[in-house]
Every structure is written in C-alpha cells, then in structure tokens.
Design a protein around this ligand. Structure first.
Ligand code: KIV
Length: 265
C-alpha cells in the first residue's frame, strides 16, 4: 500500500482524479476511513463543534489538535494526515512555527491555516522549514464573527476576484493544497483552474479537485445543524462501512456533491 503524499495528491489533480477526504479525530474512525481508501484525513478544528459541542471553532487549542492528531495518526497507514492550526495559533510567523512544530511532531504531515494574502509570509516560512501547508479560503470558520455568521462567501464580484487573487498568492508563497469552503460553484471552478495545486471543496460544488466532509455530518450524527452542502450517507445506506464506501465512491465518481449540495452565484 503506497502512502499518500503531497506528490501523489498533485498527481491526482494532474490526472483529473478526484481526491477523497474526511475529518477524523480518533484512531478507530481514522483506521476505518483509511481502510476504505480515503486519500486525506483532516484533524479539523471542527472538533470544537462536533466533539465539544461549542457553537464555533474558536475555543479549540493546539494541545487538543495535537492530542487528536496523535490518535488519528496511530490509525492511519495510507491516508495523508493534515492537522488544523487553531484560532490565533498562527497570528504571527513565530507563533505559527512554534505551534506547527507541535502538530507535526504529533503525527501530521501538513498543517492547515485559514486566511488570504496576509498569510503568504507565514506560509513561506513554514514550507522553507519543512512544514507543508494547506490554505483555506471562502467561509473560514475562525472568522465567523467577522462574517456575521456562517454564510456563503464570494458572491460579490469584488469578493470573488479577491478570493482568486488570494489563492494565487498563497500558491506562490508555497501552499501545496487549498480548501475552499462554502462558495458558489462557479467561483470554485474558476479558482481550481487558475492554480496548479489541488483544491478540495466543502460546500463549493462539484468542480474542485476533491471533496471533504466533517465525518459527523457525513454520518448524520452531528450535535449541530446539518449543513445544506452535506449528505447523510449513514441514513442512505443503513450501515457504517457501506456509508463510508458510498461517500468515497460518489466523490471519486464526481456524483457528490449534486446541485442540491452546491451554491449558485
Ligand atoms: O475544521 C474542519 O473540519 C475543516 C473542514 C470543514 C475543511 O476545516
């Protein structure tokens, strides 16, 4: 079994093969997802909402992500493991280097940061020192209070143009992967073809290079509301193993997300 790497994720984009991704927070689910062939496992700061029952992701700490990263990495043989940098853990490049080191030594192969062009210098410093970076644009949940709620982003032309420019400058700074969350599907398509690194969408329509869902949403067991862009595969299949297989298969075939899970302009 060949381990997924930044190189194999890039090769999937170049071959037009969809990248499959899920969040996980413990060794057992990580092992299950890995055994079913998911390409990427993210220890998301969504754990603040789905594990801790918080209304948002802001109270999550580096120590918590490190704890769950250690557990997840024990269950994974093939998937590429990404750990989220929590709110304010990368406010300065110095903080980012210090906190990313903790997550990499806990077992992550990449860290994820939310934000646009202002992060370019931090991303360059991280990659130059051996920490691969996934950028995250669109509805970046750590900025929920700036946005005034969990709302679709990039609907105005100026916002859309800014998002494309941000994606290009983060790629130029060294980011090797990009997550796009809750943006119109045409904008996600525009971003995906305007950069060379793989783009993984969540609520961003079918035209990105891959898809990710929060595992609790995919299984319909989230403590919070079920987002429109998600799909309850456990309810559809009635069995945990079949649910995971169906999600991976539909993403790989490009049949998830459908129009009912996507946002128009
Ligand atoms: O925290 C998380 O789980 C995430 C995904 C929604 C992409 O950032």
């Amino acid at each position: 079994m060949k381990k997924m790497t930044t190189a194999s994720l890039l090769a999937k984009k170049q071959a037009g093969e969809k990248i499959t991704a899920l969040t996980a927070y413990d060794a057992s689910f990580a092992k299950l997802f890995d055994s079913k062939g998911v390409d990427v496992i993210l220890i998301g700061d969504s754990l603040g909402m789905v594990l801790k029952g918080e209304p948002d992701t802001l109270a999550v700490t580096v120590a918590e992500i490190a704890y769950h990263t250690r557990a997840v990495s024990k269950g994974v043989e093939r998937a590429f493991v990404i750990a989220d940098m929590p709110f304010m853990s990368y406010g300065t490049p110095t903080d980012a280097l210090h906190n990313a080191a903790q997550l990499m030594s806990a077992g992550a192969s990449m860290v994820k940061v939310e934000g646009g062009e202002w992060l370019a210098n931090t991303i360059t410093q991280l990659t130059q020192r051996g920490v691969p970076v996934c950028a995250h644009l669109g509805l970046t949940p750590q900025s929920v209070h700036v946005f005034g709620g969990f709302k679709v982003q990039g609907r105005q032309q100026s916002q859309a143009d800014q998002l494309v420019a941000d994606a290009q400058s983060l790629e130029a700074a060294g980011a090797q992967l990009l997550v796009l969350e809750c943006i119109p599907q045409d904008l996600a398509q525009r971003v995906s073809v305007s950069i060379n690194i793989p783009v993984i969408g969540i609520g961003a329509g079918p035209h990105t290079d891959g898809q990710i869902l929060v595992m609790h949403d995919m299984l319909g067991v989230s403590a919070n509301y079920m987002p429109k862009f998600s799909k309850n595969y456990l309810a559809l299949t009635g069995d945990l193993h079949t649910a995971v297989e169906a999600y991976i298969d539909e993403v790989a075939q490009g049949t998830f997300p459908g129009p009912e899970h996507s946002f128009a302009q």
